[in-house]
Design a protein around this ligand. Structure first.
Ligand code: ADP
Ligand code: ADP
Length: 233
């Protein structure tokens, strides 16, 4: 079922039309890949669904309800979490502290847990998704680039995200670390999340995508389901 739907969304900055009549549907248990060169409108799209900007035209629906987000908090409360390229992790803080960072207030009872228990929760949640971090007290900076992405994504999921928006999560990674992240994207998808995978890399998109949307100069120029992109005719 559709969790997030954009219908003919438009966004204008002064006299620049950054987005024009954008249709995008994010289904539960699917990866929607959004591709496009610089200037295509990807960042603007992220800002709209993450509550940093409102849209100027069209409609956005979350679980079938018409919504305008007034703040990032609104987006999070609606179950839409964005994992930015900088990940918003504190490099010198432990993995477990990062896991809870910024979210202590979102799940009340957790505030009462002691640090050993919080470490165990973080470790369990990560292990569930195939990320084994034996020493959860080590600084997040000591993890690989792929693991850091996974920690940021796992944190969003644990704190109630139903849709995760991933801003170029493999852009700074090599083959092996990209594999770590792509595998995690598949796990998140199979756990029933809606994933929006924003990327420049068509190969990475093809490895995990169910649905492909290509933006060019603020418009959708391709919108295809995976089965329509196979080589067999
Ligand atoms: P992408 O992330 O795909 O590179 P953007 O969403 O950043 O695309 O940009 C889409 C278009 O909107 C570009 O033409 C860009 O110059 C313009 N744009 C983005 N942000 C602003 C802004 N704050 N003010 C004016 N123009 C902007
Ligand atoms: P905010 O609403 O947070 O102030 P803006 O939309 O004004 O954000 O700017 C967001 C980002 O877009 C900034 O990084 C800014 O440098 C960039 N930006 C601003 N104007 C343009 C433009 N004409 N083209 C491309 N990017 C722009």
């Amino acid at each position: 079922t559709a969790i997030l739907q954009l219908r003919e969304i438009g966004k204008i900055y002064g006299n620049v039309t950054a987005l024009r009549e954008i249709d995008l549907t994010v289904q539960q248990g699917e990866v929607t890949c959004v591709l496009g060169d610089n200037g295509a409108g990807k960042s603007t799209l992220i800002k709209i669904v993450s509550g940093l900007h409102d849209y100027d035209a069209g409609q956005m629906y979350v679980n079938g309800e018409l919504r305008h987000f007034a703040s990032p908090r609104d987006a999070l409360d609606s179950g839409i979490a964005t994992v930015y390229q900088d990940l918003a992790l504190a490099p010198l803080m432990s993995v477990w502290r990062n896991f809870f960072l910024g979210n202590e207030i979102r799940k009340g009872p957790l505030r009462l847990l002691d640090s050993a228990r919080m470490g165990a929760v973080a470790q369990e949640e990560l292990a569930k998704m195939g990320i084994d971090i034996p020493d959860i007290d080590r600084p997040v900076a000591s993890l690989s680039g792929g693991q850091r992405q996974c920690v940021a994504i796992a944190r969003a999921i644990y704190f109630g995200a139903k849709v995760i928006i991933l801003d170029e999560p493999t852009a700074a990674l090599g083959v092996k670390q990209s594999g770590v992240v792509l595998k995690y994207i598949v796990k998140a998808r199979d756990a029933g999340l809606g994933v929006v995978f924003i990327t420049h890399n068509p190969h990475h998109a093809y490895l995990v995508g169910n649905h492909f949307v290509v933006l060019k100069l603020g418009r959708v120029v391709l919108d295809e389901e995976r089965e329509n992109l196979t080589l067999e005719q």
